[in-house]
Design a protein around this ligand. Structure first.
Ligand code: SAH
Ligand code: SF4
Ligand code: F3S
Length: 466
């Protein structure tokens, strides 16, 4: 069973101590923090907690590292490319640290939970003073205090304690879009994936804590809530209350207010008809299902340890299409998994054509040290993988364009989200998660409205307010 640890009692004294140290060092001015986040929404949510703690310690925030007193990179380990970006960007901090020697440079997040990476940081980046993994987030004030006080390098990772930490402060990035973690970690061990190793075992938050946060978000004017977890469909496992993800959704949906409820990510092996029925009959849940299938070939799915078949996937998708009017489906795909043949790949293409996704997140397989797939024979060349990747993009582009075109003339309820790059245009989002460019007044940002779709591109729509 997941135990709960309450933050405040243990960290308040360190928050106070850091505030005192920084008040002296910054000579009465507010100390500045630069926090850069890589990776998925889970990391974004973690960074919101870190910024919440920093704000309590008296820091204000800057978008550039040059003048920051505290520089933090919250890292992602999911693919090699993500890691390379971190190494590049941390390397560039060296010159800043030279000009501003008292700045503390820190790294946290998923990459740091890999021993070989922490070792590489230790050896190659001597100006990095603090490293902490995903399991130490709740101890950040103490770690920061110890670093500031001693001036010594601290590397703290790898403590998989299975606790759920409640009560962490939070400084949210957006006023009307909110991330709400409902669980942490992952127990699925897909053979290619590093997440279970760097995020630890799956543990759910209590429904009471989640509902409390949902209420607060809605009361504070949040219009778009996304529930987060690596596999939200297995929510509730190990809790002493008997609750499924569908039940949790229904309880949140019962809260009155003007908001959309989203969630990610759903694992197809645990996606039930009950979940689809819950979406279909809800008041607030978006008509969007992000259901990563990774590969259309049963042989590869087995090697990936995904524990569903193409047929099972299609069955649940077809049920969802039947039940949810105007459903928008999106997915993640890995191209070039070790040993993927042309025949396997063609099955992925045919699945895409059969389902008709609104959009896809496509990745070329990236070898992750310590995962079972890293030990599998991988005879396909990088060129072949890129060529397959390009073919897949082409097929999807056509499908997405057709889907968008079919929406022209319809009316859609949207949330007006932000100013677009183009003058006088606002980006809005449909319930199905499609962006609509709308010529409209900026005052609408943060509110819902109805638009008529007037034109379409490959990925985006054009519309005008009704
Ligand atoms: N828990 C989520 C996704 C987490 S990672 C889920 O199961 O769907 C997000 C996506 O990154 C995955 O869906 C997968 O498509 C991709 N991914 C994960 N590991 C990868 C790897 N080693 N190489 C390439 N893509 C990977
Ligand atoms: Fe990785 Fe699979 Fe867990 Fe998703 S479900 S985080 S892909 S191991
Ligand atoms: Fe990356 Fe960690 Fe998320 S590895 S994808 S930031 S859980």
């Amino acid at each position: 069973m997941s135990e709960i640890n309450t933050f405040a009692t243990q960290q308040n004294e360190y928050i106070e101590l850091v505030a005192q140290i920084m008040q002296i060092r910054a000579m009465g001015e507010k100390p500045l923090a630069y926090v850069r986040t890589y990776g998925c929404q889970q990391n974004v949510a973690d960074s919101e907690n870190i910024k919440g703690m920093l704000a309590l310690m008296g820091y204000s925030f800057t978008d550039t590292p040059e003048n920051a007193d505290f520089i933090l990179f919250n890292t992602c380990a999911v693919r090699e490319h993500a890691e390379d970006r971190v190494f590049g960007n941390v390397g560039a901090i060296k010159s800043i640290k030279k000009k501003h020697p008292s700045a503390l440079v820190a790294l946290c997040g998923c990459m740091m939970e890999q021993k070989h990476i922490a070792q590489r940081i230790y050896e190659s980046f001597p100006f990095v003073g603090l490293v902490f993994g995903t399991h130490c987030l709740h101890e950040f004030p103490r770690l920061l205090y110890q670093s500031l006080l001693s001036g010594k390098r601290q590397f703290v990772t790898g403590n998989d304690d299975l606790l759920v930490h409640e009560g962490l402060p939070k400084r949210r990035d957006g006023a009307f879009k909110g991330w709400l973690p409902i669980m942490y970690g992952c127990d699925n061990f897909c053979s290619y994936c590093i997440v279970p190793y760097v995020r630890g075992r799956e543990r759910s938050r209590s429904s009471a804590a989640i509902l409390k946060e949902a209420h607060e978000l809605i009361e504070n004017g949040c219009k778009d809530i996304t529930l987060l977890g690596q596999n939200v469909n297995s929510y509730g496992k190990g809790l002493d209350e008997n609750i499924s993800f569908s039940e949790l959704l229904r309880r949140i949906d019962a809260i009155d207010g003007d908001y959309t409820l989203r969630f990610m990510t759903s694992h197809p092996k645990d996606c039930t008809r009950e979940l689809i029925d819950t979406i279909a009959s809800s008041r607030h849940i978006s008509k969007h299902l992000h259901l990563p299938f990774q590969s259309g070939s049963n042989r590869i799915l087995k090697l990936m340890n995904r524990r569903y078949t193409r047929e099972k996937y299609l069955e649940i998708v077809n049920y969802a299409k039947e039940k949810i009017d105007g459903l928008s489906l999106t997915s993640d795909i890995i191209v070039g998994f070790p040993g993927e043949t042309e025949e396997d790949f063609s099955q992925t293409l045919s699945l895409i054509e059969e389902v008709g996704f609104t959009s896809l997140f496509t990745f070329i397989y990236s070898k992750r040290v310590g995962t079972p797939a890293a030990e599998m024979l991988d005879p396909i060349s990088d060129e072949e993988k890129s060529e397959r990747f390009q073919r897949l993009l082409k097929v999807q582009e056509k499908i997405a364009a057709e889907r968008c075109a079919s929406m022209v003339g319809t009316r859609q309820r949207v949330l007006f989200e932000e100013r677009a790059k183009k003058e006088g245009i606002i980006n809005a989002r449909t319930s199905g998660n499609i962006v609509v460019e709308v010529e409209a007044d900026e005052g609408l940002i943060g509110s819902f409205g109805t638009v008529e779709i007037t034109a379409s591109g490959n990925w985006v729509l054009r519309g005008r307010p009704v």
